[in-house]
Design a protein around this ligand. Sequence first.
Ligand code: DGI
Ligand code: FE
Ligand code: FE
Length: 213
Amino acid sequence: MNEFEFIVDIIKKHQTEKRYTHTLGVSEEAYKLGKIFIPEKADKLKIAGLLHDITKDFSLEKQLSLCDEYRITLDKDNLVPKLLHSKTGCEYAKRLFGSDIVDEEIYNAILFHTTGRENMTLFESLVYLADYIEPGRTFDDCVLLRDYFYELLDGAENLEARKYILINTLIFSFNLTIQNLIDEGKSIDFDTIRARNYYLKLKKESERGTLNE
Ligand code: DGI
Ligand code: FE
Ligand code: FE
């Protein structure tokens, strides 16, 4: 049994069938994105994809007790249950698989896979995007984002062009998420807002860079 199969076996025991199918989808998508942007890390992205939702099916009670155990500080007055699994997931995975497998790169990819953050590593951003656009996601916004990304990518000639498309896709994803949260009357995590602002600035800078040449 190789490392991948070993992790698959354990993940399968943690998740419902639906969540497990999504997990395999994210893993494959992250690998595919890895081949496009950072081929030397494609296999590692596959593992990050497997691990990203490891605690997602835990009850709220279990999430909260893990937060307590891991000394994760929470704003009790502004608790967002759906955001807990990324905070508990990275710690849980690190304890279960050790820091050889869950190194800093994978740890942060799990921690920020739901909200994104400013100045993500390329690795983190690919796990974040894979979670949004894996083929099993059929929500309108996911389809929209997937089509947007792959249609633009089709015309990209080099890594720089691909990275510019990635920046635009990340901005689009934050816009969709934020718009949805507003429509549903939900609170917006500061990391999501900071991420959007950061990538908007980065987009402007890279456009200036292109024009100056
Ligand atoms: O775990 P997944 O379902 O695969 O996907 P995810 O980790 O991206 O979680 C998505 C959920 O999290 C979705 O219901 C929207 C919610 N979410 C994402 N960002 C925010 C958020 N909820 C709030 N309240 N605030 C956010 O900034
Ligand atoms: Fe998630
Ligand atoms: Fe997910």
